[in-house]
Design a protein around this ligand. Structure first.
Ligand SMILES: Cc1cc2nc3c(=O)[nH]c(=O)nc-3n(C[C@H](O)[C@H](O)[C@H](O)COP(=O)(O)OP(=O)(O)OC[C@H]3O[C@@H](n4cnc5c(N)ncnc54)[C@H](O)[C@@H]3O)c2cc1C
Length: 527
């Protein structure tokens, strides 16, 4: 592992924000005028799930709706492990964030009276998802925030850079090691008063995913390697309707389409969800995902049929889907769209309290990298962006309360990187991702999870020089060991050897990387 001990750390009074998605941008703006340094692997706007979000943000904006109803739906979707206090707080805050984003210029769809136009998504008891031009929410909200960030003097963004490791002393974080993200380079230590991790989830650890290639659990992994506590790692949400057109990542057909009446049929023309849940296509995501997966496994290709519900309007009302279909040679006006499940959202992550604090001092987390207790075992649709907004603000408030504002102007930081090391081994990455899809995906069992752990440890040993890869392996190991430990099925976690939910196990899980590795070693030694 490259650790250039002779390199002097760069010292700064800026708060370092790792990542540049919704949680990072919003937190940076909330922290202004406090100086921050944002580490972004790609040019702003690229590489983040946030820009790919199609449905929108869940918020009870209609007069006929309420935060209480939103909290109750969140609680029910989470299948017994949602933290009720967190769900109450987040759903109560939702309205303010939508109004603030609107003020900043986010162009949410409005009707002639100025009311927000809302989509209905699965497991919501009301149409409650504010959206932008059908399926353009993520991109448009990100654009609004990026313009604001670019215009805010206190925010320094370093593009083309990624975080690799946290520097710690006693139980606290004192800095972050970064390197170039586009070329192999020696890491440089930035010492700073506090770090906010907003590096997204881990869907890209799976071979079939809707997440951008950058989102591979690296930031959860680097926090875990520094000793931060991890919660609910086993709970991964698989999206039922990724378009099955051979692309990696798989493009999404937003759930809002089913909210508009699109149905799911198989190659025999059967609406297979009717038998499986009273809400059929609008059942909770895990139920629909299992329905789709079963059809795929049985060789009856599942498809999303928008023809009756939307006709030719699908092309204008859902431009992202129209573009995907055009690329794949599918005409959704005439033909149903082939779909398959894909890893989509990680409910688990770095354990975070209601102030956005991780278990290490001077470390905050917001967005999908965090596990706050909001989602339980199964995230309610469009609560992901909402959680990112709410926790970005809460973390910013807590940072302001905990760390004194610099008394003098703070200079910008200019890290200089020297070429060093090798690019990540693409074959090893692909092997890791395929292992996760095969053994840690929609259907899990003890034998498969043990097999996954054996592969992960072999890959980790072979790639021990590459810290980025070790970060991915750390998160993958946490997911697989936590899945092995949870001997029941609940929400997104389904065990074929324990297919029922056990009421006594209806609680969140907590672990550390050291505990996960010890469990892995015990399991592999007993084979
Ligand atoms: C296709 C798709 C559609 C979705 N639709 C919706 C929706 O409609 N509604 C909803 O609520 N949720 C939706 N989600 C989920 C939601 O988009 C995410 O949960 C949310 O955007 C996460 O925001 P974030 O800021 O935490 O992470 P992201 O937006 O993923 O940003 C993470 C950032 O961290 C950076 N990063 C990664 N690794 C490193 C590193 N090592 N060092 C530095 N930076 C790093 C990335 O480049 C990126 O800038 C969707 C997700 C996908 C993939």
């Amino acid at each position: 592992m490259t650790t250039p001990v002779e390199t002097k750390p760069l010292l700064t009074d800026r708060i370092v924000i790792v990542g540049a998605g919704l949680a990072a941008l919003y937190a940076a703006l909330e922290l202004a005028p406090r100086p921050v340094l944002m580490i972004s692997p790609e040019p702003l706007g690229l590489g983040a799930s946030s820009a790919w979000a199609q449905g929108g943000v869940a918020a009870a904006m209609a007069k006929s709706d309420s935060a209480e109803a939103h909290a109750s739906d969140t609680f029910n979707a989470g299948d017994g492990t949602v933290d009720a206090e967190v769900a109450d707080m987040v759903t109560r805050m939702a309205r303010d964030h939508i109004l603030d984003l609107t003020e900043l210029g986010a162009p949410f769809d409005r009707d002639a009276q100025g009311n927000y136009v809302m989509s209905r998504e699965a497991a919501h008891s009301a149409a409650r998802v504010v959206r932008v031009r059908g399926d353009q929410a993520g991109q448009q909200i990100m654009q609004t925030l990026i313009e604001e960030v670019r215009a805010t003097a206190s925010i320094q963004v370093i593009e083309g850079t990624e975080a690799l490791r946290l520097e710690t002393k006693d139980n606290g974080v004192t800095g972050v090691w970064v390197r170039r993200s586009d070329l192999p380079s020696a890491p440089v230590l930035i010492s700073c008063p506090g770090v906010l991790l907003a590096g997204g989830g881990s869907g890209g650890l799976f071979a079939h995913t809707t997440n951008p290639p950058r989102i591979r659990g690296q930031v959860i992994g680097l926090a875990a390697r520094a000793g931060a506590r991890i919660a609910d790692a086993e709970f991964v949400q698989f999206h039922p309707t990724a378009v099955d057109c051979g692309e990696d990542p798989a493009p999404l057909a937003t759930e809002a389409l089913r909210g508009e009446g699109a149905t799911l049929i198989n190659s025999d023309g059967q609406r297979f969800m009717l038998d499986q849940h009273p809400d059929a296509e609008l059942a909770p995501r895990d139920v629909v995902a299992r329905g789709i997966f079963a059809e795929t496994q049985a060789g009856r290709r599942p498809m999303l049929d928008t023809r009756d519900a939307l006709g030719a309007e699908v092309l204008t009302r859902f431009p992202a889907l129209a573009e995907t279909c055009a690329r794949a040679g599918i005409d959704p006006v005439k033909d149903p769209i082939p779909v398959a499940v894909a890893a989509h959202y990680h409910m688990g992550g770095i354990e975070t309290d209601m102030r956005g604090r991780a278990s290490l001092d001077h470390l905050w987390v917001s967005g999908e990298a965090a596990s706050t207790g909001l989602h339980g075992a199964n995230r309610l649709a469009s609560n992901g962006l909402l959680e990112a907004l709410v926790y970005a603000r809460r973390a910013a408030v807590d940072i302001a309360d905990s760390i004194a504002m610099p008394s003098a102007p703070v200079a910008e930081l200019r890290p200089e990187f020297t070429a060093d090391g090798q690019p990540m081994d693409a074959d090893a990455v692909q092997q890791l991702r395929q292992t996760m899809t095969t053994h840690v995906g929609m259907r899990r069992n003890a034998a498969g999870l043990r097999q996954a752990l054996a592969t992960l440890v072999a890959l980790e040993t072979a790639q021990s020089q590459d810290e980025g890869f070790l970060n991915m392996c750390a998160t993958a190991t946490l997911i697989a060991t936590s899945a092995l430990e949870r001997r029941e099925s609940r929400g997104g976690h389904f065990r074929t050897d324990y297919p029922q939910a056990e009421p006594a196990l209806a609680q969140r899980s907590q672990t550390t990387l050291a505990a996960a590795q010890a469990l892995r070693d015990r399991v592999l030694n007993s084979l």
